[in-house]
Write a protein of this length. Sequence first.
Length: 296
Amino acid sequence: MAVATSGTTTAPRTVSRRPSRAYKLLRLNWFGGLAGWIWLGVVLIPLYWIVVTSFKDQSAYFTQNPFALPAEPTMNNYKLVVESDFPRYFLNSVIVAAGTIVPAVAISFMAAYAIIRGAGSKFLAGVNGLFLMGLAIPLQATIIPVYLLIIRMHLYDSLLALILPSIAFSIPLSVLVLTNFIRDVPKELFESMRVDGATEWNMLRSLALPLTRPALVTVGIYNGLGVWNGFLLPLILTQSPDKRTLPLALWTFQGQYSVNVPAVLASVVLTTLPIVILYAVSRKQLLSGLTAGFSR
């Protein structure tokens, strides 16, 4: 309370209660920080060992410290992998990945747009329900029906036999993600374009596509990673060596070079290098697509 003395009023003093430096240190998440550094080591140490070992020859691998830098780095392991028909396997993986990502993203984008713009339609609601049901069906549970369908369609032992099932299993999650993004586009923008005489195709191309580009990149990269690392479909649906993709080729490298571990690790490095480059190139688009839902 203010106290009046000799006609003057004295204002109450406010005591500053700023947290002390020791209190701030106590509030730091020491356990979380320690766990983060431990996890960083768990991730980086195997990567370091793979890269270092790939530059060693076979004799140095058995005689030197596994984590020591190679005394005489060599590129013979990479040369051996490239000469073992590795470019063909790489090209097969690129064809399967591109043949899956482009149709899957295009179909999912148009389906998501139709579901949002046709809200209230029982047919589109049923289609959306089918897509959501597809999320609950794992690939392993359908491998026998998929195998029989590929045999009936006379597509066995071809790259198309890998592309078609990959598209089917990429669509459900892609539709779910793109539907949420298109739903956040203000309806007033669609209505204003409708008043100007724009058709649904024009709104799809000129409005929805630019605003959902980060989501399209995110979905494309996610599906691409799944297809690039896929092992079960190439193992079941292909037989010829010239139809192998990189994951299946790594498995055959382990059989062919059972004691040549540096050659196997060199093939691992060459297999993961495109993924690292893809992430470095599209990192901004990927992060904006992942965080767009939190910024709205």
